[in-house]
Design a protein around this ligand. Structure first.
Ligand code: BES
Ligand code: ZN
Length: 458
């Protein structure tokens, strides 16, 4: 490993220049105008994967964006890692809040700023560099490696489940490795052993054929904005408990050991409020902030639209109102069941004065593993070598739906080793990645392959 680690230290500056080129490609999967950029980004990754020495590098077409595949299978006696990451990114709006252009990576105070820096291009690239270091120094990896890079993660991975099911043999492995999450805090590396699931829906209400004069018609016609607000107000009580009948039926209660372990994590509520500009925290009573975000479900309004929102005043009775609403789920809630419960509740809440259209969008199952599995323990040792400190074990509030697909379809355990930070603005303006964590992450990833290579095949 010394030769590998030396190589990584010597090449530190070059990595940053190469990463800038990857971050310059606006591979925004949510916006059709960026389709060619998404394709270009897939090509960029494939070219880089060939360059670092992976074999059989290819783009696999799907009905959506291509999956980038590549392998290194030269260690038949060792376990096989299925590495998953995504090369698509979130939209950049509001653009005016960016301090430097989102697709011109800029370094300030040891952090690289760009859309995708943390989520997930920087973390995928970290593994590319760890693979490169092994292959350049030894001509081989200590494990077999199968790489799967997706281009639709940020829009719900619509085609990935089918891809996994259609390529079960090709994807046979011993463990999934993913770096698409955050460390617990600066200086506190972590391994994530649980993710929340997701159900995403849109509600459209129509109160009339077109917008109307609010003087001539107001008082005689229901205002869909008002109706929508009243419906949303029925979704949660003032204490943050969700009022959809049956919603909590399958929620697995937190275990006392888990609560105890989390209570000893270095979490400072005051600093958290200050950092994110929150006047007062909110959530279910009887649960701490970490418990609320990691182990309890939630329902959030992601967007609202109705009526006149421009400058000045316009007296209008809007014809339509729209809300995008999502729910984060925890074990053992099932997305299909929750979506059905929610739809029934919304239909019950909607008065006859409006026409309701309910649309279910994407979703995914929650995931949780036990952290005494040997792969997770191996990752712990690798992280300690890369970061000089043993990781803490965390769950996350975010979702990576494919983790549970890999588990169910391929029977694979997963190691989630993220090097982002909670304040790195994923999905927001001024996304960034700490270059020190990136560098330590390359070292830790290189050790991770070494540690997993010493384990027996699954
Ligand atoms: N990298 C995130 C997932 C994540 C976020 C993990 C925070 C750990 C902590 C991923 O790219 C993401 O944003 N996923 C979406 C999934 C959705 C579009 C199905 C999410 O969580 O909203
Ligand atoms: Zn991500």
């Amino acid at each position: 490993m010394d030769k590998v680690v030396d190589f990584i230290h010597v090449n530190r500056e070059r990595y940053v220049e190469e990463l800038k080129a990857l971050l310059a490609i606006p591979s925004v999967s949510a916006l059709p105008a960026h389709k060619p950029d998404v394709a270009r980004c897939a090509e960029w990754c494939a070219t880089e994967m060939r360059r670092i020495g992976l074999d059989q590098v290819r783009l696999v077409e799907t009905p959506g964006n291509p999956v980038v595949r590549g392998d290194w299978l030269g260690a038949p006696e060792a376990p096989t890692i299925l590495f998953y990451g995504h090369y698509d990114v979130q939209p950049v709006d509001p653009l005016n809040l960016w301090e430097s252009p989102p697709f011109e990576a800029t370094i300030r105070d040891g952090e690289i700023y760009a859309r995708g820096a943390a989520d997930d291009k920087g973390q995928v690239f970290m593994h590319f560099k760890a693979i490169e270091a092994h292959l350049k120094q030894h001509g081989r990896l200590p494990v077999n490696m199968k790489i799967v890079l997706e281009g639709e993660e940020e829009v719900g991975s619509e085609h990935l489940d089918d891809f996994v099911r259609a390529h079960k043999d090709d994807l046979r492995a011993d463990v999934v490795v993913i770096s698409d999450s955050a460390m617990f805090a600066r200086g506190v590396p972590s391994i994530c052993y649980g993710l929340r699931g997701l159900v995403y829906c849109q509600i459209d209400l129509r109160g009339s054929a077109g917008d109307m004069h609010s003087g001539s018609f107001g008082g005689a016609v229901a205002n869909p904005a008002f109706v929508l607000a009243q419906m949303i107000a029925q979704m949660k009580d003032r204490g943050g408990r969700i009022k959809i009948p049956g919603f909590y039926d399958d929620v697995r209660e937190l275990q006392p050991e888990e609560r105890q372990a989390w209570a000893s994590l270095p979490f400072n509520e005051r600093a958290y409020k200050k950092e994110f500009g929150i006047p007062k925290l909110f959530g279910e009573s009887d649960y701490t902030t970490l418990e609320r975000t990691w182990a309890r479900p939630t329902l959030e309004v992601n967007g609202l639209l109705s009526g006149f929102t421009g400058e000045g005043a316009k007296t209008v009775l809007p014809a339509v109102a729209m809300a995008k609403i999502s729910m984060r789920l925890v074990p053992d809630q099932d997305p299909d069941k929750i979506a059905a419960l929610f739809q029934a509740y919304v239909e019950k809440l909607a008065p006859k004065t409006v026409e309701l259209t309910f649309t279910r969008m994407h979703g995914g199952k929650p995931w949780m593993t036990s952290y005494d599995n040997p792969f997770v323990q191996a990752a712990g040792r690798a992280i300690e070598k890369g970061f000089g400190r043993a990781p803490v074990f965390t769950r996350e509030g975010g979702s990576i739906p494919v983790v549970s697909t890999f588990n169910q379809e391929l029977g694979l355990p997963a190691v989630l080793f993220g090097v982002g930070l909670p304040d790195e603005n994923a999905h927001a303006p001024n996304e960034k990645l700490d270059l020190g964590n990136f560098h330590n992450g390359v070292v830790a990833s290189a050790y991770l392959y070494d540690e997993i290579g010493r384990l027996p095949r699954n």
